[in-house]
Design a protein around this ligand. Structure first.
Ligand code: FAD
Ligand code: DHB
Length: 390
């Protein structure tokens, strides 16, 4: 096979890149190690920045997010038994859209299938070669048959555990990492959300988050130990723990029901630099991880491929490699802002096993300052809603 861009990974980064390239008349093939159903079954992010929605529109899949997505003009912070609203729209003129990663993936998959674009699911032994030479090559096995794709560029959109970053020589890459001493236990349930907007709660028993997917589907999280096991949690135990961590006014409005999904995600900050190696580009979780508190993971994956699609358009359309040269630097400027915000918001909202009561009182002082100061609230709102692509 021969194509212009070989994309490894059919998560949101790979699928969105494929759609943006197709719109620009650039040929791409996607190679994914899992099945399409497996990819759709992963319940992950739920909050889209306006910039991400703009990119979905550019990719030709903006219709359903506008029809079914829930526009949120603010969010609630819960602490000390009370609720404090951060008004994104008043403070920044921007908002976010609540629309699940599963739906983003479904829309992109449907558009790709409809356009007849090539995607190889359940590809085994995926490998990349000669990405720093003139003839990059992707190889894989499908149903026992080996395939090769010759290409101009390789996009490593294969997530944190993918093959692209792992194939780089140790000296080529610098990584920065922080692992948090807790995880998030998440539950998805077909019950109406307790609140109109999301609630981020700081509580002595640990962090809790009320989120949603629609008017009839809720997503809730509670902070748990890193070594906890989701199977240990009955639905009742989860609902009880969630309600204990919410202000009474919210807790009494939580509608409980059987969980559709229950899983634990570890919390990590991670950045790999640079993000380009000759003709190989890393994008999304392949290059960076944020703890989920700031809702940035999926949005960063989208902005990376927004920059990459732009670089490819310039390369093929304008014969300019300026975008390719600038790719890593442009992405990393945005990534480190999101890393800082996600680290800060995580630090503010969770119970840390080693900082004790002093840590809790410092958090309380900072939360009081945050909701009492327009400048501090604006900084939170600006970071949460995100910036347009520079
Ligand atoms: P991924 O979605 O990981 O996609 C990568 C794809 O590459 C996968 O389909 C994978 O199967 C494939 N792949 C891997 N290795 C290979 C290979 N060798 N060959 C071919 N294909 C390969 N963000 C939030 O904002 N809020 C959240 O609540 C939230 N929860 C999360 C929970 C979990 C458990 C995880 C892991 C992440 C969560 N995130 C969350 C982050 C967000 O979901 C990710 O940032 C987003 O999925 C990144 O998209 P991506 O396309 O870069 O990577
Ligand atoms: C969701 C996840 C997040 O990490 C977040 O900050 C907000 C919402 C969610 O899954 O809905």
């Amino acid at each position: 096979m021969r194509t212009q861009v070989a994309i490894i990974g059919a998560g949101p980064a790979g699928l969105l890149l494929g759609a943006l390239l197709h719109r620009a008349g650039i040929a791409a093939v996607i190679v994914e190690q899992r099945s399409a159903d497996y990819v759709l079954g992963r319940i992950r992010a739920g909050v889209l920045e306006q910039t991400t929605v703009d990119l979905l529109e550019q990719a030709g899949v903006g219709e359903r997010v506008h029809a079914e997505g829930l526009r949120h003009d603010g969010t609630e912070l819960a602490f000390g038994g009370g609720l404090h609203r951060i008004d994104f729209q008043a403070l920044t003129g921007r908002h976010v859209m609540v629309y699940g990663q599963t739906e983003v993936t479904r829309d992109l998959m449907a558009a790709r299938a409809q356009a007849g674009l090539p995607t190889w699911y359940e590809a085994e032994h995926v490998a990349i070669a000669d990405y720093d030479g003139a003839h990059p090559l992707v190889s894989f096995t499908k149903d026992g048959v080996r395939h090769e794709i010759e290409c101009d560029f390789i996009a490593g959109c294969d997530g944190f555990h993918g093959v692209c970053r792992a194939s780089l020589p140790a000296g080529a890459i610098t990584t920065y990492e922080k692992v948090y001493p807790f995880g998030w236990l998440g539950v998805l349930a077909d019950v109406p959300p307790a609140t109109e907007e999301l609630v981020y709660a700081n509580h002595p028993r640990g962090f809790a988050l009320c989120s949603q997917r629609s008017r009839t589907r809720s997503r809730y999280y509670v902070q748990c130990a890193s070594d906890d096991n989701a199977a240990r949690w009955s639905d009742d135990a989860f609902w009880d723990e969630l309600r204990r961590r919410l202000p009474d006014a919210v807790a009494e409005r939580v509608v409980t029901g059987p969980s559709l999904e229950k899983s634990i995600a570890p919390l990590r900050s991670f950045v790999a630099e640079p993000m380009r190696f000759g003709r190989l580009f890393l994008a999304g979780d392949a290059a960076h991880i944020v703890p989920p508190t700031g809702a940035k993971g999926l949005n960063l994956a989208a902005s990376d491929v927004g920059y990459l699609a732009q670089a490819m358009r310039e390369h093929y359309g304008e014969r300019s490699d300026a975008g390719i040269q600038a790719y890593s630097q442009r992405c990393l400027a945005r990534i480190w802002k999101a890393e800082r915000f996600s680290w800060w918001f995580t630090s503010l909202m969770h119970r840390f096993p080693d900082t004790g009561e002093f840590g809790a009182r410092i958090q309380r002082a900072e939360l009081d300052y945050l909701v009492g100061s327009t400048a501090a609230s604006t900084a939170l709102a600006e970071n949460y809603v995100g910036l347009p692509l520079a």
